[in-house]
Write a protein that binds this ligand. Structure first.
Ligand code: FES
Length: 165
């Protein structure tokens, strides 16, 4: 995946030489690219004077960071015990059907990444699906269709689709 390295340089330069800013830099980079590209992590290491092992230590510690490209929308389905007994497997099946991908994968158009987790700490709302940080409790397969339709509508028009009009 081709990335615009110039943006990373601008972000990192704001914190140049500040070892303590590692977490803040990684947050900004994750926000910019939706993941942490390896070449950018090398730049972070060099410009902040932080060893690569420490950069990767932080990058792999927090769930908010991704070392692989993520889609525009992150869909998380909880498969913990409470969610499982209240129908989470059916919910996950529906999400997979709708998006055409399995957990850990991203749609070809880079719009959605799907992941599953084992308890989000909100079991009373089981089964739960989280989309871009928004919790959807007591989810059913019907609700999945409506929820995803809403996010699919948010897609930006491509150059191609604009020309068609
Ligand atoms: S099991 Fe799903 S939130 Fe706890």
């Amino acid at each position: 995946m081709k990335i615009n390295i110039k943006n990373a340089s601008t972000i990192i330069d704001k914190y140049r030489g500040k070892k303590s800013a590692l977490l803040a830099v990684l947050q900004d980079i994750q926000e910019e690219y939706n993941w942490l590209p390896p070449e950018v992590l090398t730049m972070v290491s060099e410009k902040l004077c932080v060893p690569m092992i420490d950069v990767y230590g932080v990058a792999t510690f927090y769930r908010a960071f991704s070392l692989t490209p993520r889609g525009k929308h992150l869909v998380t389905v909880c498969l913990g015990t409470a969610c499982h007994v209240r129908g989470a497997p059916l919910v996950l099946d529906r999400v997979q059907e709708q998006l055409g991908i399995s957990p850990g994968c991203t749609t070809k158009d880079n719009q959605f990444t799907l992941e599953s987790v084992n308890c989000l700490g909100a079991c009373a709302l089981a089964p739960i699906v989280v989309i871009d940080g928004n919790y959807h409790g007591q989810t059913t397969t019907k609700k999945v269709d409506a929820m995803l339709a809403k996010y699919k509508k948010k897609r930006k028009p491509t150059r191609k689709s604009k020309k068609k009009k």
